[in-house]
Structures are given as structure tokens and as C-alpha cells.
Design a protein around this ligand. Sequence first.
Ligand code: PEP
Ligand code: CO
Length: 453
Amino acid sequence: MTKSKSTTDWGPAGWQALSAEQQPNYPDQVALAKAIDDLSRLPPIVTSWEIEALKDQIAKAQLGQAFVLQGGDCAESFSDCTSENIVAKLKILLQMSLVMLYGLKKPVVRVGRMAGQYAKPRSADTETRDGTELPSFRGDLVNRNPFTAEDRVPDPQLILRGYERAALTLNFVRSLIDGGFADLHHPENWDLDWVGHSETAENYHEIVSSISNSLDFLESILGRAVHETQRADIYAAHEGLHLSYEQSQTRFLEHRNRWYNLTTHFPWIGMRTAQLDGAHVEYFRGISNPMGIKIGPGMTREWLQGLLRVLNPENEPGRISLIHRFGAKAIEEGLPPLIEAVRETGAPVLWVCDPMHGNTESTADGTKTRRFDNIVSELQTAFNVHKSMGSYLGGVHLELTGENVTECTGGARGLTDTDLARAYKSPVDPRLNYEQAMEVAMRIAGWAKTNGS
Ligand code: PEP
Ligand code: CO
């Protein structure tokens, strides 16, 4: 493969010449340079083989032959890097993917918002409490949450701590999967203890036994194991926000003659940092990973077409996923012009619906929440809009957890605003809890059945 023009004039630090939104102000630049240098010498978290395998799967999803499930925390925190948490996250993604596979009758590609989702965009650089102004908390990769001057100073060492947590997380995920945890013959491995006998759990177990029976039937006819049922790949994704972190693990691989970001399989660009002449787009255009672009109200046709031109000049299949997040009320009007804009370019994209970030609201006491009905409504509208325009919604992007939290209202248990205080754990955005997440998966499966798609 010849080196494309887009990479010959590109280097992983080139973004530094441009204006970069949402970056921490490190008071100690020498310590920052040292952390970047240390990190750039450590081994990668993921490999180009895995990255290319994901790109191939996304290319299939772009053609309607697969569906992508992306899910995980809004922000991972270092203290949540525990075996229980990682297992719970894996379980919920596996269970959801099984339900979706059953309904959609297509391979489901699992991508966790995990192993690196440690940096967050903020609406303001500083936060003021009782007359004291301090830097905003930008995620565990950058600084610490308690409101003290010491905690809020951006600390370059945290970049290394984040890399280590990401590597530990993915190491455990890979070991579980290689050890047979994800074997479709043993979905009982993925049951979550606390769920008990809810209606959601009963529906899920019916689906599981139906799949197990079909699998047994098929394997007895074939006289051998069905390919790939013993393992399920899980890919990692995070917002490619903190450019020093991303840059440090960006390598030119001679054997592919291309650059890769080796901190994650799938980085995405938030809309806050997607300026065409900005540092993030400059960084992203040079790496060969499949990438997401978040789009929502305010994204224009010209801007989107410009992003596709800069980020995927050769129209490589599998490279671009457009993750739209309009909110239940705005999607019907906001999405169609963008579908048309993409169609005009002829560029291959995967359309993914994020029904979370356009539906965030605050309760009377200021708690951030999302209503289950709005989430489901945006998702259903997304399927309908794409279908009516001859396009294909090939993925869903969710903030969720396998834990029994009370952060979003509604769902089968009808959580209300007053339930939120009981188990609200997210330091940032509210997540679907296990039951709510499974309910979303079941709705997707149900719509697919009734639509025959
Ligand atoms: C996020 O995905 O957590 C996020 C901040 O989303 P958005 O940039 O779409 O608001
Ligand atoms: Co979020």
C-alpha cells in the first residue's frame, strides 16, 4: 500500500500547532513532557490486527450485514477498575448482544466504552463554589474530583495511571474471553446475581434457552461446534479527547505503512472538538483506526461533508461511524438533512444512534437524569427515519452499567425522580442500569421482528 498524501504530511504531534479545545492546562510542562515520553515507550494496549478486524466488521455493518453495540460508562473512574465492575460490564454487553443477535438475526459487534474512557469534555474550564474558582474536573486522566486546589490541578502522572488502568481492564477482559467466559453454550456465566426474577430476566432466559436449543440442534446435525460460538470479541472505545494521551501511543507500523492509535480500537471525536481547522480533526485524520464522530443539533451539512472529506479522503470502508445524538424531540427534523448530506458525498458511513446525550435533563433538585421513554423514543425514531430514507441504522451507543444503579428514570420498575438518590453513582452522566439496558436490547430485537429487518 502506498502512503496516502494525508499521512505523508502528518505526524502525531502536528495537532500541537493548532488550537485544541478541551485540553487541560498543565502548570508543570516539564512533567507533562516526561509523562508523554514515558508513555510513548510503553507497549501498546491494542494491536493493529484487532483494529483492522474491527474496521472490517464496521464495514460489514455499513452494508447492513452486522449491528454495532457500543456501551459503557459516561466516564470510567480509576477506583472502578475492579474485577467485579469489569465482569459486570462484560456480562451486560454479552447479554444485550445475545438478545440483539436473536432479534436482528445479524452478527452484533460489541464495543465497550471502556479501557480508556477517562477524560471528559466540560462546558467551562473552571468551576466556582462559594466564591472559590478552581479548574473543572476533567476526568481521572487529568485531575481529581474533590473540590480542593490540590486535587483539581492537572497532574501529568495521571496520564500514566490511566494507561495502566486501561491495560489492566483490557487484559482481564481478554483473559475472561479466552478462558471461555463468553461461550454461547454457557450463558449462565453472564447472569447477574442481583437481578432475581424480574420480568426482564424471565424474558432474557427464554431467549437464552431458545438460542441454546437451536445451537444444540445445529451442532448435533453438523456433528461439530458451530464456528465462533466459543468466543466473542469485545473491542474498546473512548473519546479521543486528551490529545497528549492519544499522541503518546500513536505509532507508525512499518508492516502496514500506516499510523495507528494503539490506546484503543475505536476513538471518537465529540462535536465540541470537531472543528474542521481544529487540533482534534488534525490528529484524527492521520490515524488508521475506525473512528466515530458525534453529531447533533448544530452540525451543518457543509461541516459534516468537510469532516468526511478530511477524515476519510479515500472513502475507506469501515473507517467512519456517525454517532447521532439529537434528543427525542429534535431527531425527526435534525437527522434527515444529514443523511442527505452524506448521501451526496457517496462516502461509506455507519449510522449509530446515541439516544442518551440529547436527552439529559435535571430534576427539581438539580440531579442529572434521563427518562427511559425519551431514550427509547429517540432510538425508535432513529430506526424509522433511516428506514424511510432508505438508509440503515447499524448501531446503538449507550451509557449503561451492569450495576443496580438509579440514574435514569422509568423502565420496567418505573423509577421516579425520588428513586434517584438511592443509588446514583455516576460522577458525570446518568447511565441505564442493568434492567433498563436489557429492556433497550429487547425493544431493538422486538422492532426488528415486527419490521422484518
Ligand atoms: C459522551 O459521550 O459522554 C459525551 C460527552 O457525549 P457528547 O459529546 O455527544 O455530548
Ligand atoms: Co456522557
